[in-house]
Design a protein around this ligand. Structure first.
Ligand SMILES: *Cc1c(COP(=O)(O)O)cnc(C)c1O
Length: 363
């Protein structure tokens, strides 16, 4: 197997390279790629069966990206929630630390497509040190999400520097790495990498598979290496029109993830990121998919469906409605549509929480 660096170097970045493999006129691709970069490494390219399929659409530029008038550059308001560059501090006890501006492929639906892979995302040794300093000086932060870009595209030595620095901070209890590499460049997950991460436990990895065709023997091996190093693996899927907005495809994906020891964590409603409007499906579609999962498949396979609130409000879980209120009685509907009645004890808190009026804690 070729080294991961070779795969990355041989990535496709222009339409010419794509037309040499697929006999297609692809003139518009470069216009789009000039603004939102394209990178398709040979491994991910090899998984594409034909133009327009679910994997193609995730990575090949489309003219529609330039004609999005609905969405905005920074819908999650990350720039204003960054006390230092490349560190988003939105929830008091967690920080999102961006340590790389590169990815193994550039996803067309990327939430940070305004900057990932472009010159406008400045990440270097100094910005990383400033982030570490901020975390060191902010004792409320217990959980650091190392992300980017893709942190696992950093050289081992740089990644180790970051993990060691974070682990040395007393109040940082857990470290999470967000990486699409197990899906898009599994050969990056070398034995050496797994052994390196293992030295800084507890470390969790959340990866990102969107379609069952991405779960290959190579991806399985990468996940195995990480799981064998004691790293719990989660997955974040983005709901994407024409790619995975279908209960059968999502079910297949979720079971295949469990088979490779990856626990589905989030299913995301697509963010309102400029250039991605054509990927968005309605929230109702997502709820329909959740309803097809809950109770029908292993609870282990069911992710939390969530929308990341525009403006930076954080992730909001979305559930099909299973409850109706009839005074003190709650009428529940089960997964098959059968109703049952639950007599609710009268201690107020429960009802207030269900109605979302007051919560015990306000932030
Ligand atoms: C998603 C996110 C987190 C982590 O949220 P969890 O629900 O704990 O996974 C933290 N910070 C930011 C800015 C995020 O976008």
């Amino acid at each position: 197997m070729k080294r991961w660096q070779t795969h990355l170097q041989n990535s496709i970045t222009t339409s010419k390279q794509l037309t040499s493999r697929f006999a297609l006129p692809l003139a518009d691709i470069d216009r789009v790629a000039d603004i939102y970069p394209m990178r398709i490494n040979p491994y991910y390219l090899s998984l594409i069966k034909q133009p327009g399929d679910a994997l193609w659409r995730q990575v090949v530029p489309d003219l529609q990206e330039l004609y999005d008038t609905v969405c905005i550059d920074d819908p999650l308001n990350e720039e204003n929630l960054s006390p230092v560059a490349n560190l988003v501090h939105k929830y008091p006890d967690r920080a999102l630390f961006l340590v790389s501006n590169q990815c193994a492929v550039y996803c067309r639906f990327c939430t940070r497509k305004r900057k990932v892979g472009t010159k406008s995302m400045h990440i270097n040794f100094e910005t990383i040190n400033r982030g570490i300093k901020y975390i060191t000086e902010t004792p409320a932060i217990k959980d650091v999400l190392v992300s980017g870009g893709d942190p696992l595209l950093l050289a081992d030595s740089r990644l180790e520097y970051i993990l060691a620095s974070l682990r040395a901070i007393k109040h940082v209890e857990i470290i999470r790495i967000g990486s699409r590499v197990p899906c898009t460049l599994p050969m990056r997950v070398t034995k050496k990498l797994a052994a390196l991460i293992k030295r800084y436990h507890p470390v969790y990895i959340n990866t990102h598979f969107n379609h069952p065709d991405e779960i290959t023997p190579e991806a399985a091996e990468a996940c195995s290496r990480l799981a064998d190093a004691g790293i719990p693996l989660g997955n974040q899927t983005v709901l994407l029109k024409g790619i995975n907005d279908d209960p059968i495809i999502i079910k297949d994906l979720l079971y295949k993830l469990l088979r490779i020891r990856v626990k589905p964590y989030y299913l995301f409603q697509t963010d309102m990121t400029k250039g991605t409007d054509h990927f968005r499906v309605s929230v109702e579609k997502g709820l329909e998919i959740m309803q097809s999962l809950i109770g029908h498949v292993s609870g282990m396979a069911v992710p939390t469906f969530a929308v990341d609130a525009p403006g930076g409000g954080g992730k909001i879980p979305l559930l099909p409605n299973y409850i109706k209120h009839m005074g003190r009685q709650l009428v529940f509907r089960n997964y098959c549509g059968v109703t049952c009645i639950y007599d609710n004890p009268n201690d107020n808190t429960e009802m207030r929480l269900i109605h979302g009026e007051k919560t015990a804690h306000r932030c």
